[in-house]
Every structure is written in structure tokens, then in C-alpha cells.
Design a binder for this molecule. Sequence first.
Ligand code: AMP
Length: 187
Amino acid sequence: MNIIIFGPPGAGKGTQAKNLVSKLKNFQVSTGDILRDEIKNNTEIGKKIINNMNEGKFVDDQIVNKLLENIIFDNDKKNKLIFDGYPRTINQAKNLEKLLNRSNQKIDHIFFLNVNKDSIVKRIEKRKVLEKRSDDDAETILKRYDNYMEVTKPVLDYYLKNPNFHEIDGSMKIPDISKKIEGILNV
Ligand code: AMP
């Protein structure tokens, strides 16, 4: 089963993806984590993306799409993918569909965690204290939210027609969101 967890920054995508990983023994595909690792390891890609990431801007589609390709064609992970933070643009959504088709896979479920702007700002301010992410300061959060509304939210239209599209109230407590998702997946 391949699943997309979709939503604004701070919606709880990573938390819910990790919960599903432990339930289903699937693999979390967090492009944010993958990109942060590139920076931490000071790779060529890391050097190219550090400024954009720190400023809350998206990393170039070409770079993210390429990193994703290796994961989709990894046989050990086939049909066990939980996407968190990808796709974020229409180009990425089309790329994902193309790569999944080529590897005889599909998206089985899409969960949209819907949370309003005020809750997001509060949550990310808390996360900054815990995780010390350089892109979690107040000004950058707002920029990331605006990017989401402008570039990522239109990706929802791409998935709305899918019979396995589920909108979840992301302002609920974490365990309640997990229960709702697990109920839909019957796990
Ligand atoms: P996240 O951990 O998902 O909140 O992502 C943190 C940052 O990584 C984002 O603000 C972007 O700079 C970058 N990023 C993560 N995923 C993507 C993606 N799919 N496309 C472009 N940039 C991304």
C-alpha cells in the first residue's frame, strides 16, 4: 500500500507518517528529511539547497524528483511507501504518477490533514524549541505557509477525484488523527 500524507507545514504529516511506519512496517519518504540529510552530510546537493531551505523556499523540482526516483525503484520498498512532504507542486505530482506507473505501482490512499494558519504558527513555534530547525522561525513559517497556499494547495485538485482521498481535521489531537487514519485503512 502506497500512501500520501498531504497538508500544510506543521499539519502533523511526519508524526502520522511515523505512526503508519510502525503499524504497517512501511517506509516513510520525507523529502524534508532527505534534503536535511544532504545538508548535514555537506554533499554537492546539500550545498546547492541550503539557502533555499533556510529561507523556507522550495528546493528545485528537478533535484527533489531525482532523489525520489531512487526510492521508488527500490524493490525492497515497493508498495510500502508513505509520502510525507511530496508531492508539493503539480510538476512533482505528475512526476510521481509517471514514476509509479513505470514501476507498476499506484497511490492507494491520500490523507489531507487540514489545519488553519493560526494553529500551524503555534505548533511550529513549539517544534522550533524541540527540534531546533533553522526554517521554523516566525517569519519563515509564514513564508512556508504562503508557498503552501500558492503552490502546494492546487495539488489537492489533482487528487480530489481519487476515490481514496480522505480529508481529516488536522486540528484534532495526535492519537485521534492516528485512530481516524487507521480506521480508514482498517489496520
Ligand atoms: P518539511 O520537512 O517537509 O517541512 O520540508 C522542509 C523544507 O524542505 C521545505 O520548506 C522545502 O525547503 C524543502 N522541501 C521538502 N520537501 C520538498 C519538496 N517536495 N519540494 C521542494 N522542496 C521541498
